[in-house]
Design a protein around this ligand. Structure first.
Ligand SMILES: [Zn+2]
Length: 179
């Protein structure tokens, strides 16, 4: 990756984190919080409720799945299904990542019937739209902020070269601060 690509990526991520911090402020989330509670609080400011629920996902499939689902007509919500048998820590990360897709405005699959998720090993017709690596990276950036972790680029050291370095530092200096 060229230095310019690094710079551009970091600028994008900084913008994303700024937007995210504003959203979290609106939702009244001021410190690292349990992801299920984050879902609950975000639901108050989101057009539809965001519900996270443990689910028996296929053993060899993804650990989390985000769908739009309406158990009753006009009761559509965003459901983040996370693997029931995963460790609590892993579940937190999975929900944070899936929230990244929601908050990132990534397209979510509408699902008619939860039995479409076949517990024998595939998610059936789900995840027809597989996300690009850029979208996955965005979800991870958001997850990182949600989990209140240090930014991945904290360890990046830059070659020194005057003005450009100054600019880069300005961008990279916008690290994850928990509000
Ligand atoms: Zn993902």
């Amino acid at each position: 990756m060229s230095l310019r690509q690094v710079w551009r990526r970091n600028r994008e991520e900084a913008r994303l984190r700024r937007q995210l911090r504003a959203t979290l402020r609106r939702a009244g989330i001021a410190e690292p919080t349990d992801m299920l509670e984050v879902c609950e609080r975000l639901s108050a400011i989101w057009p539809v409720p965001i519900v996270a629920a443990p689910f028996d996902l296929p053993a060899h499939g993804p650990f989390g799945l985000t769908i739009r689902y309406a158990p009753e007509p006009r009761e559509e919500a965003i459901y983040i299904l996370y693997q029931r048998v995963a460790t609590p820590l892993h579940q937190q990360h999975v929900v944070a990542h899936e929230l990244g897709h929601v908050l990132g405005g990534h397209p979510l699959e509408p699902v008619g019937d939860l039995s479409e998720i076949d517990s024998n090993g595939s998610t059936g017709t789900l995840r027809r739209t597989s996300y690009t690596s850029r979208v996955e990276r965005e979800a991870e950036t958001i997850a990182t902020v949600l989990l209140g972790r240090a930014a991945a680029q904290d360890g990046v050291t830059l070659p020194s070269s005057g003005a450009r370095e100054h600019r880069l530092r300005r961008v990279l200096g916008d690290k994850v601060e928990w509000l």
